[in-house]
Design a protein around this ligand. Sequence first.
Ligand code: DGJ
Length: 715
Amino acid sequence: MIIKNGNTFHLVGKSISYIMTVGRCGDLLHYYFGKKMANKDYSDRIMDKEYGLLTCVDDYCFLETLPYEYPAYGYADLRDPAYIVGNLDGNTVSRLIYKDYAIVENEVTHIDGMPYIFAGKQKPDTLKITLADDIIGLEVVLSYTVFEEYDVILRSAEIINRTEGDMNIESAYSASIDFDKGCYDLVYFPGAWTREREFTRTEIKLGEKIDISNARGGSGHAMNPFVMLCGKDATERNGDVYGFSLIYSGNHSSVAECDQYGNVRVRQGINPFGFDWILESGESFYTPQCVLCYSADGFGGISREMHDLYRNNLCKSKWAGIDRPILINNWEGTYFDFTEEKLLNIAKAAKPLGIEMFVLDDGWFGKRDNDRCSLGDWFVNEKKLPSGIKGLAEKMNAEGLKFGLWFEPEMVNPDSELYRVHPDWAISVPDRVPAKGRHQYMLDLANDEVCDYVIKSVADILREANVEYVKWDYNRMMTDMPCKGYNHRYTLGLYKVMEALIAEFPDVLFEGCASGGGRFDPGMLAYSPQIWTSDNSDAVSRLKIQYSTSVCYPMSTISAHVTASPNHQVGRVTSLKTRADVACAGVFGYELDITKLPEEELEEIKEQIKFVNKIRTLTRTGDLYRLQSPYEGNYCSWQVVSKDKSEVLLFACRILSPANSKEANIYLDGLEPAADYIDTETNEVWGGDELMYKGITPVYENCDFATIVKLFKRV
Ligand code: DGJ
């Protein structure tokens, strides 16, 4: 619901309020974001006494602490701005004044050419506020969407050039919020290849600016476009937390800045570093959507809100709402060294275990036997696969398996037929040999002709063969950008390619990937309902990676495979049980050569798959509660509760085995206190209250990396 009361705009969500007012001098000011408040006109609240330093409202020198909704730099506010626009006079001074508003019921702002949250079955209302700086001919339309069912606000901005000439956008954030003076922490998710998204919490000190940005081309392993602002006392289960998630896959920036008086401004949007956009007369520039989320129930509360939103309103694929097939991928099983026979042998062994799909990874095209050649040449390597992809897919189908295929369509190897014909299609600058990453260049998706080639090369295969799943990989970061703002142009090209393929192949399940989780962002999730979370498939490493990924992203997006032991990335030996139990926290699959496993392990896999079949709807649709953090000690546990609270899955892991020690209780959450729950394995019956308030004492096997998985049902 959106209420206009006097000069107050009040957005009311499930249990939140977001309140803005038009100030006495026409500035659009932020008043409040948090627990639901009453419908009132709050416009006179932002006055001299509230913002201490205002000696006189007309004396703009002292307006620097006002809480602006879309702040500019250089007029009165001296903090970092939400936008910078160069005007015809050669300066960047600007001030936006409120002009107009419109409320659109049952609608979300559709951002053309970019992924966005759609209305779905929910009830969104959108407020569009037009601000203008008439002196420089700038208009900005701020868009705010609120849902009856969620505690989120969607924000984006449209910047319009109302002059006769060009305008230069140097930066355009999607959202900015000024929080009142207080003691805040920032939680963010930095990382690296095989160490993605480490849960990191830091105090925001007076005068400090914390810049959570990435300029690596894709959203990146190094920094995820999701941050949280919270009070000092916020925990997993309690406390005020604000989430900021950007629906974007290119260079991004989230900045928390504490001013000299202790107010904190948080902005999120496209990274201004290396950005520049010439806006011609009458043209608009659209920022990506930013999701703002509030919860009084700690980080867990934010997760459950974000999960519902991203499960229901982000990805249009039919697969977003369906259980995903249990697959076997050949990458860690064979790497490049495979023949049709070898693949079929894996498939033959997989089917009786209950596996539903075979995925052929890298190495099936051109003359690719290693990672030095052939990207761009999307025709089958007949030496390895004499029946072609069509024939192989048919043979897989005859074995009773669906068939999926790997592509890395955004790339080209210098040693490829494509590059020999089209060296100009690689991203490059004049007179400089582009930098290689994994022996490859990136294709110039800012060029429509290249996008068409990419679409055609994938589509030709999907048209010809029964490929029901595509793993879309991306294995290097962007260099040699030909101009400022190139990264955004590329990102728009990528979205155009994805849109075209999804439209033509609505039944294909797309899985995102970027050397593991190097582009795990809501932008890619709009096209692929699941993403390969990390190239680190070690169960113990995955405890942390999956735990922190789940803070923003639902389990239904987190691909998790059982791989060989010793693990190929870290050399760790873990039991098959531990590997499978850990993989239950995501979209479950296998990635090892099962033809080499002993009979007992194959029997164990059969049982694992039976169990996954029982829980996969629950993990895809239920509410996640993280119970013990692997970032804080020797344990990791989490729990999923079905929406009707009738089913509960509990996972717990003790990382290292201590001698002569007593286990701490695990306190479940989100159950019906008065209901009884039966442990489906032991038939023990527990009260919901008991499981939550008294907790259960886990009994682990006496070994390192011991795991427990329990499925409870309400009696
Ligand atoms: C990186 C991916 O993350 C892996 O899963 C695998 O597909 C390789 N690329 C193949 O080159």
